[in-house]
Design a protein around this ligand. Sequence first.
Ligand code: ANZ
Length: 954
Amino acid sequence: MSENTAAAEVAAPHRYTAAMAAEIEARWQDFWDADGTYEAPNPSGDLAGDAETVARPKRFIMDMFPYPSGAGLHVGHPLGYIATDVFARFQRMTGHNVLHTLGFDAFGLPAEQYAVQTGTHPRVSTEANIENMTAQLRRLGLGHDKRRSFATIDPDYYKWTQWIFLQIFDSWYDEEAKRARPIDELVAQFESGEREVPSGGAWNELSAVERSDVLSGYRLAYASDAPVNWCPGLGTVLANEEVTADGRSERGNFPVFKAKLRQWNMRITAYADRLLDDLEALDWPEAIKLQQRNWIGRSEGARVDFPVDGDAITVFTTRQDTLFGATYMVLAPEHPLVDKFVPETWPEGTHDVWTGGHATPAEAVAKYRAFAASKSDVERQADAKEKTGVFTGVYAANPVSGEKIPVFIADYVLMGYGTGAIMAVPAHDARDFAFARAVELPMRCVVEPTDGRGTDPAAWDDAFVSYDAKIVNSSGDGISLDGLGVVEAKARITEWLTSRGIGEGTVNFRLRDWLFSRQRYWGEPFPIVYDEDGVAHALPESMLPLELPEVDDYSPRTFDPDDADTQPETPLSRDEDWVNVELDLGDGVKRYRRETNTMPNWAGSCWYELRYLDPHNDRRLVDPETERYWMGPREGQPHGGVDLYVGGAEHAVLHLLYARFWSKVLFDLGHVSSAEPFHKLFNQGMIQAYVYRDARGFPVPAAEVEERDGRFFFEGEPVKRELGKMGKSLKNAVTPDEICAEYGADTLRLYEMAMGPLDVSRPWDTRAVVGQYRLLQRLWRNVVDEATGAVTVSDAEPGEDTLRALHKAIDGVRSDLEGLRFNTAIAKITELNNHLTKAGGRVPRSVAEPLVLMIAPLAPHIAEELWRRLGHTDSVVHQDFPVADPAYVIDETVTCVVQIKGKVKARLEVSPSVSDAELEAAALADPAVVKALDGAAIRKVVVRAPKLVNIVTA
Ligand code: ANZ
């Protein structure tokens, strides 16, 4: 404490200072905890409570919960938590039953990597981090219902994560009913013969292994040997969503390779259409919806069979209208048909550039495959990249023109998309154009250029791509597309292909199934065991949770990051005692091996909103009545869900898509009434910070930089300032603890909310924090005498201008808080407070009280303290938020002239915001107007609100 403040404290012992804030804040935090002030009652069960509160409209307000990171919080982290807290408090004060709490997302790579780095067991370090972050968060005065908090690593939480996994494992997607159903119902269909067994034969004659294989093709959670993203540097496989655009791991930035490994998957693709359709009714930022739509990537097109050697290659195209322009085909290098077709020698007259200089097609294919395997899908698809490929020695026939066209393999065609084969239309597709130019393939123009380039592609510099030009050069065997637009041409050709049985319209999705297993220790174990035949069995519910065994060696086995030929080793497989078990799964005690993969860190966050509702339930996932109460569909929320979910935009696809998928499965199976987890989503901006770099470009500690005349110095040397992320590595982290110590949590809360609109990123400026501290000091002074500590408010009636200032503030603050515009709400509160300071004298109680109530959501501790000092015995938290008197909200009135046939007959004083209808009614009711009209019939009333009404009589 500086001498100045010490001196001030002697002169004004009851001034609002950091020391006083610390005392007030700690005292009320303890009180709120002991009192259960923020506990939201459920309609029934162990958290049932006050019926009057339950009867109110509900608000479920949620944050994206944090990882318990070892670095603790900096001031950027709580931005969203403070925002939801302000909103939740406002909702509590406007008549709602508010559920607001926070847990921890504690499994997964970050926690595990931290544990490995520091050599402590992940449970030990994670629990210590949770404790530290909990203390940091408590200091902020967040109004959480603490009874509802948990961490995803708690066995009584992940018991239900495992249980949901088994629900998904034990269900299939009924394409006709368009929903998930229990797998038993599918088995019954196979047994009765209602549904044919895909492998043929009778269900009852299949062996256990065969049945298990058949069901794997249907289950929504299934193990398969598909090519997956293998990351030797992390020692684990990764989901597509965890691989960056340049083919590296999102965490750690290691190379990622395609490898065939047996892994668990979730059949999220079954829900592609519903995940798209249901986005419409959600109140989410348009940018996030767009990212989800793009990720799901719905393409309407056609499948077309191209005959080859008595067989056929099926392609997927979105431009079937250009079929006459298909002058060659391309298969993905890995396409299985390649091996079947490739001839022993090059056909007569094969072009040299087509062979890549290889003696035989087989050699060319083998060499090219090895080349392509070394690249990621993203590299293969990069537009700027030179297009490469080799001829397979095979010709197919264009099904509409009958023309013989060569079949190539090229890495710009991916095995994982569509059918892994394309018809190439070089005149109208940029990639095909580039490839055709490179290897001298023919081109045909079939969409008439509208830019004057002519119809000879040989003279073009690039492909002509258009969706609204006319089709040309497209007549053949009983079909002509010439003169049609793209849309009609697509319809016509699709019909023709369908009628001949060589194609059909189809929808293709970019979305892939979700790779769901990881070769890590720190995750939920799969509740799956394998019998001697390798058949997977679900553990019965009575054996859940399957706890993660305590092991000494939890480190992942990682490899040379560039060595694609490595194989993952799961940490759990090292514990033979745990892996080998004898269990009775209903048919006597048998030996089994446990699944040793663990679930990805996304699993725990796929359903946590449900656990907040009914956190102690050990009999079912969530009580149905409680779930319906907090999450069920409402007017304007047809799929139900959380009322407000706030978090970073970086979770646009992964977490939000996975959580939506789990919700839908649980909805289909009847466990919940909400088909969407989060009705309204809001992305907060980032708190950025200045980074100061020395002459070598290294960051220097920001706290020690001095400013002189707009220039910056560190230890006397000039340094450069730029804006960056906040964090340890840039030496610019500011912790909430420091700011709380210097000014108090209320000041920190106000500052974070005042920095700018919530969805905009903003730079942190410690020197500006004091501005909000001053606001609180002035507020305090308007209520409390700094010398005596006595409350100074008067019982006098406020003057007209104060009443106007008060009600305008109430009106504005109410709508700002409702609209999450916290910065402008604070500006209005500040204005009112300054008005009172300037007015001088004692502040009327009837103004001081609403002022305290208005600031309560933003600065709850000082508000609680002042509220009590004003003589109230119950908490400010559950008071009604003030309501503005409209009479004082209107600025002034304007004069409206009422004319009859152009002559002024009356003048009205009206609000500037009066509507045309209101004004017309007022004019016609005015006694002077009634008199002047004298019963004459009105032909027309022209209203120009707020200034003119002209009445035309017949
Ligand atoms: C012929 C054609 C002509 C095409 C034309 C485009 C333009 P979206 O919209 O992303 O679904 N394609 C199909 N499967 C592919 C694969 N496995 N790897 C790479 N490319 C593939 O894209 C569909 C289009 O991408 C398809 O339509 C196909 O090229 C190509 F003037 O067929 B098109």
